[in-house]
Design a protein around this ligand. Structure first.
Ligand code: A2P
Length: 257
């Protein structure tokens, strides 16, 4: 189909009854910056039925990975969630997006703030060696309602720190702060509260977040984006874009409903 690569599903992982991830083959011509999204979907009656998805895999991998919620009556996700290994998916040939390193000024610590499937672009970025080369610490903050929704938790805490190539950087620089809001856990409460109370930096042993030195990426639901953006602006952070890098960047997590 014009504008799309037709790729094969390599594996599917169901995290919860509402959350799954899948891997596909990747065309050698498909190039993207870590943190970007592209249109993903299925051919339905000869037409593309697609939604925007962040690429969750890093751009040096041979395959592509995506994280999706299952929307009960969602035209696309109600079909996608039944995908099987070997099925064909459409992958848009023009990835884009603002959650990229080049949209941020150089800085000290990089904060990656995400709720729900807003984690996806960060799964690409925390596997990018350039991220570790540019920042002293990389702080991945993932907020969900329930513990079981903390996708990739075991990968982030057990596998990635032992990765043959990235392990050393990850152990030295990556700080992971999972938090849930609707049951007891090691960290509880909204990301916004963890920032305003200072608990986030206190618990991680970091200096207070400083717009002059620190950089922030934000990805989640519209309500989350609105609140974090207001918070960033109140702290004197300035929104960036690739044509004018700033101290924070923002993107909605796609396929909310
Ligand atoms: P809460 O349980 O207090 O609503 P959702 O599934 O609704 O997108 O929520 C994912 C996570 O993001 C939940 O932990 C939720 O907390 C949190 N959240 C939702 N809206 C906001 C917001 N405006 N600011 C900060 N966190 C939010």
């Amino acid at each position: 189909m014009k504008g799309y690569d037709e790729e094969k599903v390599l594996s599917v992982h169901h995290w919860t009854e509402r959350l799954f991830s899948f891997r596909t083959t990747r065309s050698p011509s498909f190039r993207f910056d870590n943190g970007q999204f592209t249109m993903i979907g299925l051919a339905v009656n000869g037409k593309p039925l697609v939604r925007a998805y962040s690429v969750a895999s890093p751009n040096y991998e041979e395959h592509l990975e995506f994280l999706s919620i299952k929307v009960p009556d969602g035209p696309l996700t109600s079909k996608l969630q039944n995908m099987q290994v070997g099925d064909t998916v459409l992958i848009g040939q023009k990835p884009t997006g603002t959650l990229v390193l080049d949209a941020l000024l150089p800085g000290r610590n990089l904060y990656l703030l995400g709720t729900g499937t807003g984690l996806a672009p960060y799964m690409s970025l925390v596997r990018d060696p350039d991220v570790y080369a540019r920042f002293e610490k990389v702080v991945l903050v993932h907020g969900c309602r329930f513990i079981k929704e903390l996708a990739y938790h075991d990968y982030l805490t057990k596998e990635l720190p032992n990765d043959e190539f990235l392990g050393e950087d990850v152990r030295a620089k990556l700080l992971y702060y999972p938090t849930v809001t609707r049951e007891p856990y090691e960290n509880t409460g909204r990301i916004t509260t963890a920032i305003t109370s200072g608990d986030l930096t206190k618990k991680l042993g970091l200096p207070a977040i400083d717009p002059a030195q620190d950089r922030v990426m934000i990805c989640g639901s519209p309500a989350f984006l609105e609140d974090v953006k207001a918070l960033m602006l109140s702290m004197s952070f300035e929104e960036g874009a690739t044509n004018k890098p700033g101290s924070f960047v923002i993107e909605k997590a796609f396929v909310q409903r």
